[in-house]
Design a protein around this ligand. Structure first.
Ligand code: AHG
Ligand code: MN
Ligand code: MN
Length: 335
């Protein structure tokens, strides 16, 4: 016996209170938890099992895939395809949707994921993560197409991420607050360690890739310049800056101690509205951040209200402590 609530127990008890719960969702989450444990183990062994480095391929977005991007994508699809909970899956690493193979029964949920977030960090042994989002398959749809995945973030049933850092953590919301679990390696279970996570409304810490400054729009430039001006500037206070290059690690830091994270719209590549992907990065993270009392915006609208127009659509992301996000949004209105 161990002390503490395991993630499985937590989910079962949470679902028990809902008249609509059929057990399918609990079973799906269990599979996702298993996939995250397997990925955690792979990431942890790193070079001992020779899985670091670039693969010989590019994904649909023209990014060089890392060996581990592909391995973790396979782990996620294989762990989630057989149990009859899903109608289909989609991920950063697959051009099109992943239908459930014919030999398995189909379920009522759709799963989208970024199997390895922050993958440029993997070779240098810095935190990476997995992000996932669960939606309902539209009523009456037997064989979902990409269209069926194009639901706004407000339709999500669950958003979550696993963080593979000094310890492995799983952070989840089903629309009823945010809870964090730490993997106890000795017993192989995620244990509830961070119940009811909340984001402080104010912060003096920001995260942005400042090498893109010359491509930013005026409102973001103004916000960052005011932070940099510190005590002597219009804010009258000093700010601190962080950039991990892994959204999972940045969001986790913000859940623990507050902060604002931005990957805003820029003019680097006019064909792209931002860098981060709406369905499997921005939406699940927005659900978590909003459930923890924070805010998420593109600068112009609430991220979760954006109507997706493609599986791999990108959006500008500004998220974190409520008052700072609202300030950046107000600068967009001023402009
Ligand atoms: P991924 O590794 O899944 O492609 O995502 C990386 C994302 C995000 O996690 C991170 O915040 C950002 O890209 C880093 O961007 P820079 O390379 O501009 O720092
Ligand atoms: Mn990512
Ligand atoms: Mn990724």
């Amino acid at each position: 016996m161990h002390n503490g609530t395991s993630v499985t127990q937590f989910i079962i008890e949470e679902q028990r209170g809902l008249s609509t719960a059929s057990g399918e969702f609990t079973s799906l989450l269990n599979d996702i938890v298993t996939a995250c444990k397997v990925i955690s183990n792979e990431v942890n062994r790193g070079n001992l099992i020779g899985i670091l480095g670039a693969a010989e391929s590019e994904n649909i977005q023209g990014e060089t895939q890392k060996e581990l991007d592909i391995i973790t994508n396979d782990i996620f699809t294989q762990t989630n395809e057989w149990s009859g909970n899903l109608a289909a899956m989609a991920s950063e690493e697959m051009d099109d949707i992943y239908p459930i193979p014919k030999q398995y029964p189909k379920g009522k949920y759709l799963l989208v994921f970024d199997p390895l977030d922050g993958s440029s960090n993997i070779d240098v042994n810095i935190s990476v993560g997995t992000i996932f989002s669960i939606m309902r398959c539209p009523e009456g749809v037997e064989n979902p197409t990409a269209e069926d995945f194009l639901q706004p973030g407000t339709e999500q049933v669950c958003g979550g991420y696993a963080l593979y850092g000094p310890s492995t953590m799983l952070v989840l919301t089903t629309g009823n607050g945010v809870n964090g679990f730490t993997l106890d390696q000795n017993i192989g279970e995620f244990i509830l360690t961070n119940p009811n996570m909340t984001i402080p409304e104010d912060t003096r810490e920001f995260a942005i890739n400042a090498s893109n400054m010359r491509f930013w729009e005026e409102p973001v430039r103004r916000y960052v310049e005011e932070c940099l001006a510190g005590k002597e500037g219009p804010r009258g206070e000093n700010f601190n800056m962080r950039w991990v290059a892994s959204m999972v690690a940045e969001v986790h830091r913000i859940l623990i101690r507050g902060g604002i994270f931005m990957y805003p719209k820029d003019s680097k590549d006019p064909a792209k509205a931002g860098k981060l992907r709406l369905l499997y990065e921005a939406n699940p993270m927005s659900m978590i951040v909003e459930q923890a009392g924070g805010a998420c915006s593109t600068g112009r609208e609430r991220i979760m209200e954006v109507k997706p127009d493609g599986l791999h659509q990108r959006v500008p992301v500004i998220l974190g402590s409520k008052n700072e996000v609202e300030r950046v949004v107000s600068y967009h209105k001023d402009a």
